[in-house]
Structure formats: C-alpha cells, structure tokens
Design a protein around this ligand. Structure first.
Ligand code: NAD
Length: 471
C-alpha cells in the first residue's frame, strides 16, 4: 500500500503495527482492572498534571520558545496556566459528575428507580496539532482522565521540542500504565488509526479530520473533531474603534496568528473614512504592543516552519490587495510582521482559506445583512466576533450566525469561562470538550432502571386480549 513509502519498507511498517498493538493490549489490560474508573485515581492524575505544569513551567516555556518563539506570557496564559485551570476545575467537580443521577419514573413503571451513571469509555486516542502543542493535548487529556479513561497522545511532529518534552514529563508524572505518548508523524498516526479505539479526539485541519473520521468508521469509533476555519470579526460603525482594534490585534497576533479561534478577517460595516480610522487604530495598537520594529519584540512569535512561512507570505504578496500595515518578513527567522490588508475582495488569496498567520484582511460592507450573508455563504466558522453597542444588532448576529463559539465586543475570551463548551459546528468540527462537556464527551451516560419484584401484573403478558387492551 501507499504507506510503505513513509515507513521505509514492509518490515518497519509491520513492526510499527505490532508495537502499537502491544501498547494497546497493555492499556486494555489495566483498564479492565477498573483502576482508571476509581474516582480517587482520576483526582490523583489531575493533581499530578497540575503539579507537572507548575513544577516544570520553565522547561515547558523553553520548549514553546524553541518551537514557535512563543513569548513567555503567551506560554503561560495560552498553554501552561490553561491546562492547570482546566485540570483543577475537572478535579474539583468530577465526583459530582461521576455520581448516579436520579430521574423520575412514570407511573406505568412503578415501583422502580431510574438513574444515569457516567461510565468511562475505555481507550482514548488524542491526536493534536502544533500551534498549541501543550495546551491542546493536555487539556484533552485532563478531560479524558476525569472521565476515567486510558489515553494515548499523538502530539504533532511540527512542534518537536514540545512533543519530546511532553513524552518525557507525562511518563514521569502520570500513571505510565494508563497514559502513553507516541511521538511521530504520518506513519505512526496511520498505524494508530488502524486500530480500534473507544474514542478519538482529533484537533487540526479538516483534510486530516476526514482521514481520521474515515478510519474511525471502520471500527465504529466515536470521534470528536476540533477543526478550524475562517473566523469572521464584524465591526459596526458604532463600535469604540480603538478598544476594538486592541482586542482584535490581541486575538490576531497572539502566537503570530496561529490560533484556531483567532479573528481571521474583519468586516467593517461602515464608510471608507471609517475604514481609514480603523486601520489607523490597528496601526497604533500594533506599534504600542510590538514597537516600531516588531521583529525585535519579545512579545511576538514566529511561524512554525518554512512551508507555513511561504504560505502566509504569499497571502501578503498578492497583487490584488493593499498592504496597509506591516508586510515585512524574514525567512531566516520565519518572521512575518503584524500585517493589515485593505482593498480586500472575496477572491483574493487571503480570503480563500484559514490564514493561520499574523495577517489581518479588512473588508468593508454597507450593512450588517451583507456581512452576515457573506459569513453564511461560507463554511461554519469555529468562532465569530462582533463589535457593537447596539443590542438589536447583537441579537440579530447571535441568532443568525452559526459558529462554534461567539464573543461580542472581544475576541477569544470565551476560553476563560470553564462552563462554556468548546467545539465547532459543520466544517469547524463536531463534538466539544472543556469542563463538564469534556467529562460527558469521554463518558458513556448509561441508563439504569431497577424494578421492584412485586407487584408483577399479568396485564402486559400474552395472551393478549381486547379486554386487556381496554384497561
Ligand atoms: P498538524 O499538521 O500538526 O496535524 C495535526 C495532526 O495530524 C498531527 O498530530 C499530525 O501528525 C497528524 N497528521 C498529519 N498528517 C496525517 C495523515 N496523513 N494521517 C493521519 N494523521 C496525520 O496540524 P494542522 O492540521 O496544521 O493544524 C492546524 C489546523 O488545526 C488549523 O486549521 C487550526 O484551525 C486547527 N486547530 C483547531 C483547534 C481546535 O481546537 N478546534 C485548535 C488548534 C488548531
């Protein structure tokens, strides 16, 4: 088959499969003993995860710096701190969620009791991408453990320092018989996907998402897909432009734009002169945040690799758009300046696919209806943003734009609310996690009914008769 090319030959491929089958068998054996279902075990694992993030913060931040030039503060609030917060929240609540939940039984079924019980699914495969190479696998892992499962993490090969550290630390801090990290690329992932899992959590692009879903179908494995897309950001004429510009720049330029929920493009609903004002406000805020020469700034990250650098650069070098702010790049360090594009139309390169880099196209439209029509004509985005002071506009946007998550008057901030689910819809994914939603995703909500022995009415049993039916 085609995979022989990657593995370097039939023997290597076979060895891979056998190795992974043994790994899975080991996990299955431990899971069957009920170790992971024990709520105290789950709490200890989550606490160990919190300790791992706190005690090894420096190493974790260094790995993120090596892979993405990620600034220290972004490493903290976008990855290390987020995992700690999520693990802690799950640890403090999981006992409540893992308990039986009574439901009422209708008269016909009485005397009886009915309840649901969340049970672990078993072995969960977590496949994650490079842009948040610690937060994405570990926040997923926290939910998987909270629900009492074993886990195999396949981190991204494009963030090698983070992936290697993850493998080392997970083995050191967590139960090594229940949590495994498999580093590797396409070959390893393909082998893993050939095996039966009880659930797969995949985060990454939609093209690979389709491969994962197809592979899972062969085993009837349920799948959570956390994908991306072009998240729109609508700015109304009544918005406070300088606050909006800051909040948009914050969401766009964090991690050099390589964030799945970054505002991908702006639609300004207003006049051409208002567009000039917005661009000026963006220019000001970029200078405030990153100085006159953002390349020297310690607050601005780098593009992950040469392929993505070339891809993002091509969006700026498109003749059809005007580079209003930034535009500079340095291939050696994979630096692309915080950039704002104007004169943007739907057919320019930047509007074709998710940008995933520090480039912000600004489109202009006459009214909210046109903006929403434009958004609805495209794939359902992972996030949508609106800046306005008008409550009626807010309600229309909320009701008429379908997306995974929405934030009004800011970008990305819903990530700080533990009770909100995180997940896409349509092309931006299926299923969700974080908080109780994650606990539910990786549990089976088993329905249980216990009937009393007495009475045992003859009514429902054969032989049937018209008399019985009349009662
Ligand atoms: P990536 O290239 O790291 O791929 C993701 C994973 O798929 C990796 O572990 C990789 O090894 C594996 N993979 C690659 N090719 C494969 C193949 N042929 N078969 C099986 N597995 C394979 O990451 P990416 O796709 O570039 O990630 C960026 C995308 O992820 C963006 O679209 C972004 O919006 C999205 N994303 C979504 C979320 C979310 O939570 N919804 C978070 C971050 C990123």
């Amino acid at each position: 088959g085609g995979r022989r090319r990657h593995g370097g030959g039939w023997d290597v491929e076979r060895a891979g499969m056998m190795e992974f089958a043994a790994l899975q068998q080991g996990l299955r054996g431990v899971f069957e003993t009920g170790r992971t279902a024990d709520v105290a075990w789950r709490e200890r694992q989550l606490l160990a995860l919190e300790r791992m993030m706190a005690e090894r913060e420096n190493e974790l931040a260094d790995a993120l710096m090596a892979d993405l030039g990620k600034p220290r503060m972004e490493a903290w609030f976008g990855e290390i701190g987020m995992v700690m917060q999520e693990a802690k929240y799950l640890r403090r609540n999981l006992r409540k969620w893992a308990a039986r939940r009574r439901v009422s039984t209708p008269l016909l079924g009485l005397p009886a009791r009915s309840w649901t019980l969340a049970e672990p699914l078993g072995l969960v495969l977590i496949i994650s991408p490079w842009n948040y190479p610690l937060q994405l696998p570990l926040a997923g892992l926290a939910a998987v453990l909270a629900a009492g499962n074993c886990a195999v993490i396949k981190p991204s090969e494009l963030a090698p320092a983070s992936s290697a550290l993850l493998a080392r630390l997970v083995a050191e801090y967590l139960d090594p018989e229940c949590v495994k990290v498999v580093t590797g690329a396409v070959h390893e992932t393909t082998c893993l996907l050939e095996m039966p899992w009880d659930h797969i959590l995949y985060t990454g692009g939609g093209a690979i998402g389709r491969i994962v879903l197809a592979a899972a179908a062969k085993h009837l494995t349920p799948v959570t897909l956390e994908l991306g897309g072009k998240s729109p950001c609508v700015v109304m004429a009544d918005a406070d432009l300088s606050v909006a510009a800051r909040r948009i720049a914050w969401g766009k330029f964090m991690n050099a734009g390589q964030t799945c929920i970054a505002p991908d493009y702006v639609i300004l609903v207003g006049s051409a002169s208002l567009e000039k004002q917005l661009v000026a406000a963006l220019q000001r805020t970029i200078t405030e945040m990153f100085g006159e020469e953002p390349e020297q700034s310690e607050s601005f990250g780098r593009i992950v690799n040469a392929r993505h650098f070339e891809r993002v650069l091509a969006l700026i070098q498109d003749d059809r758009v005007n580079v209003a702010v930034g535009g500079h790049a340095n291939a050696d360090s994979r630096y692309i300046a915080p950039t704002v594009l104007t004169d943007v139309s739907a057919d320019c390169a930047a509007m074709q696919e998710e940008i995933f880099g520090p480039v912000l196209p600004v489109m202009r439209m006459e009214d909210l209806e046109s903006a929403m029509r434009f958004i609805r004509a495209r794939d359902k985005p992972l996030a949508a943003y609106l800046f306005t002071k008008d409550a009626a506009v807010e309600t229309r946007f909320e009701q008429q734009v379908s997306c995974g998550s929405m934030c009004i008057n800011d970008t990305m901030f819903f990530m700080s609310v533990p009770e909100l689910p995180f997940g896409g819809v349509g092309a931006s994914g299926m299923g969700c996690y974080t908080g109780q939603h994650g606990f539910n995703t990786f549990s089976h909500n088993k329905a249980v009914m216990r009937r009393a022995w007495w009475p045992d009415l003859a009514l429902r049993y054969a032989p049937y008769s018209t008399r019985k039916l009349e009662i």
